[in-house]
Design a binder for this molecule. Structure first.
Ligand code: THU
Length: 131
């Protein structure tokens, strides 16, 4: 499957999403993009809030895009900052990604492409709940 992943397209989509971010408080826009198992590309940007803790990470928007578009499994994921540099998804967002991609999801990191098991070892997931 990794041979069909066009990382350049995912990076470009993440950068487009980043340009739409609403980040007036941190001044740190983030864009995220992912390939879905049906070929779709989903994306999201961070959306901050005056109640800082209410902020939505870019990955939240991406997961919403995924589910609203019919669901599916995430195969490959990347996210970037306003400089266009690849960044790591925060801990909470790794958990979000695990739910919709699991162990097989590939994540682009500043150190190259890694599997979700490498970026979120011993993840808590649906099987722990018998799902
Ligand atoms: N942020 C994301 O959107 N995703 C991440 O994985 C890391 C952090 C956002 C949240 C906040 O709006 C800004 O980056 C600074 O933390």
């Amino acid at each position: 499957m990794s041979d069909v992943i066009d990382w350049a397209v995912l990076r470009a989509t993440a950068r487009e999403a980043c340009a739409t971010a609403y980040a007036p408080y941190s001044g740190y826009p983030v864009g995220a993009a992912a390939l879905v198992d049906d070929g779709r590309v989903v994306s999201g940007c961070n959306v901050e809030n005056a109640g800082y803790g209410v902020t939505l990470c870019a990955e939240c928007g991406l997961v919403s895009d995924l589910v609203r578009g019919g669901g599916g499994r995430l195969l490959a994921f990347t996210c970037c900052n306003g400089e266009g540099d690849v960044i790591m998804p925060c801990g909470r967002c790794r958990q979000l990604l695990w739910e919709h991609g699991g162990a097989d999801l590939l994540v682009e990191t500043p150190e190259g492409v890694l599997s979700m098991t490498e970026v979120l070892p011993q993840a808590f997931g649906p099987e722990a709940l018998g799902k």
